[in-house]
Design a protein around this ligand. Structure first.
Ligand code: NI
Length: 196
């Protein structure tokens, strides 16, 4: 074998290895986001909705649903996210009934069912506001691995620092992936629709 042929084989080998490594990286780091993993996020809950009705995770069995934690006094992230979710729901049209978006308060002290009802009335009707005792809220926060912390403001007022992930849960109530709202509402709706 001459030098040129050896170099060619070497180049092919390098290309093959690089290709294989890329494939392995894709399979290891990208593919798992798309398959359903054993659920480590989410779980059973018993909370109170904006109408004062007791609601549990069982109410959403058979529907893919979104879960978002926040609070009604939130100045920006929560209203923006709820607006974006509303746009996705609008894109779903009648199919919006086959899914749900849960807005779980991290501030049950101020977010009574009445307060939640008033607040979510500005958004799509597919959004369910959920509150409960501090214990019930702490339990559901733990399940979803959500962080929330009171930050004191002026005159005894306070705000909340909180995790702003939108969780996509499948029809069995298992965590699928964080739901991406940075794409168009149409694309996000298509993603949700194919899980119906
Ligand atoms: Ni917020």
């Amino acid at each position: 074998m001459n030098r040129e042929a050896r170099l060619k084989i070497l180049a092919l080998l390098v290309a093959f290895l690089a290709g294989s490594l890329t494939l392995i990286a894709v399979v290891m780091f990208i593919a798992p986001r798309e398959v359903t993993r054993p659920s480590s996020v989410g779980g059973p809950f018993t909370l109170i909705d904006q109408n004062g009705k007791t609601v549990t995770d069982a109410n959403f069995k058979g529907k893919p649903f979104l879960v978002f934690f926040g609070f009604t006094h939130c100045p920006d992230v929560c209203p923006t996210t709820l607006y974006e979710i509303s746009e996705v729901m609008k894109q779903l049209g009648p199919d919006a009934n086959k899914t749900a978006a849960l807005f779980i308060t991290v501030d049950p002290e101020r977010d009574t069912p009445e307060e939640l009802k008033r607040y979510i009335s500005s958004f799509h009707s597919g959004i369910v506001g959920l509150t409960g005792s501090q214990e019930a809220i702490d339990a559901v926060k733990r399940e979803y691995r959500v962080f929330a912390k009171k930050v004191p403001g002026k005159d005894g007022d306070y705000t909340m620092d909180h995790t702003a992930v939108v969780f996509l849960m499948d029809r069995e109530g298992r965590f699928v992936a964080p739901f991406n709202l940075s794409r168009s509402a149409g694309e996000a709706a298509a993603d949700l629709r194919r899980r119906l």
